[in-house]
Design a protein around this ligand. Structure first.
Ligand code: DP6
Length: 339
């Protein structure tokens, strides 16, 4: 008899990273991995994580194979993945309560270097493990599960432009606010290293919260930035979205830098200089930077080629990845076709 497309014990999901146009940085008090401020992102087609989860009663521990490498039982990512699986096991039928799982996950872009691999990784893991456990959860429930492992992962569950609630009384819910085609937007990722970053987002924002003299100002300012971004996006105003995105990124990095957390390198700043020089010369380009050294350039489709030609000449930029607004996390059939 042939196997069902998504078997009860095993499922594969694909998810894309997202970049925040209005960023969050810092966690709300009270647990649950809820951001201290709301954020708004775009999910990117062009880079993906594919994750297969197989529950297997013969395993003695969960196993994580990341990009072909078996992770040590106490490796940070493996421990976070097991915590997510524990939540799924607790919600699943009794036969899965003690069953361990094998996770095989592959990224087609640099891992843990500020390209939001944890967002696509935990979104794909959440969806695959929920389905492998036979749970019929909504996208909102899958996003809630993903957020508990990595907050930005909640946004990668949805496609297009997505917001994630944050703040003192927030429950950290995520939702799509506009479809992938609602804004003429292309993203050029300037890859400046293939190495993993030294300080994770979790640690970087923890240190910022504890030590930055500007953290309170950031928390006070970010909700308005988020509302302005939402309005600009819904008005289809590319220029305003770009201006607000660059401002949000620089405010986040200024706040982190004041606590000694520096993600940018010389190559990042050289790319930022070029984005601003392009703008001065009439090309509508804007920059955003996450918790890593890769600059992302926001540009309209019609100016993509001109912007690429200039960014690929920036010293320290190793290569460019082009991305468009894309779809949310989805299941993949054994044949590889989205289900
Ligand atoms: C700079 O969501 O990766 O990308 O929940 O601790 O895993 P953890 O943090 P994470 O932080 C993302 C920070 C950011 C801004 C953003 O995506 O809004």
């Amino acid at each position: 008899m042939s196997e069902p497309l998504v078997s009860r014990r095993s499922a594969t999901a694909i998810a894309h990273p997202n970049i925040a146009l209005a960023k969050y940085w810092g966690k709300r008090e009270g647990g649950g991995n809820v951001p201290a401020v709301p954020s708004l992102s775009v999910t990117l087609a062009g880079m993906s994580t594919t994750t297969k989860v197989s529950f297997d009663a013969t395993l003695v521990d969960d196993e994580l194979v990341l990009n072909g490498v078996v992770q040590a039982p106490d490796a940070r990512t493996k421990v976070r993945a097991s915590q997510l699986l524990d939540r799924v096991r607790a919600a699943a039928g009794p036969e899965l309560h003690t069953s361990r799982a094998r996770i095989v996950s592959t990224n087609d872009f640099p891992t843990a270097s500020g390209l939001a691999s944890s967002a696509s990784g935990f979104a794909a893991l959440a969806l695959a493990s929920v389905r492998a456990a036979g749970l019929d959860w909504s996208a909102e429930q899958v996003a809630d599960l993903a957020r508990r492992s990595s907050a930005s992962a909640a946004r990668s569950v949805f496609g297009g432009f997505v917001e994630l609630d944050g703040g003192p009384t927030s429950d950290g819910a995520a939702r799509a606010v506009a479809g992938p085609k609602s804004l003429d937007l292309r993203v050029i990722v300037c890859v400046t290293t293939e190495a993993e970053k030294a300080t994770s987002s979790t640690d970087g924002m923890g240190t910022t919260q504890a030590n930055s003299p500007y953290y309170a100002a950031w928390v006070a300012d970010a909700p308005e930035s988020h509302s302005l971004m939402r309005a600009a996006l819904l008005a289809g105003d590319f220029t305003r979205v770009g201006e607000l995105a660059e401002r949000s990124a620089l405010a986040m990095h200024a706040c982190a830098m004041a606590a000694g957390i520096v993600y940018v390198t010389g190559a990042t700043l050289a790319a930022l200089d070029e984005v601003r020089a392009m703008r001065a010369s009439g090309l509508a380009t804007y920059a955003t930077i996450d918790a890593g050294p890769h600059l992302k350039c926001l540009v309209r489709a019609s100016e993509l080629a001109a912007a690429r030609a200039r960014l690929e000449r920036v010293p320290g930029v190793l290569r460019l990845i082009e991305a468009t607004p894309g779809d949310g996390a989805r299941l993949v059939t054994p044949q590889g076709a989205p289900s």
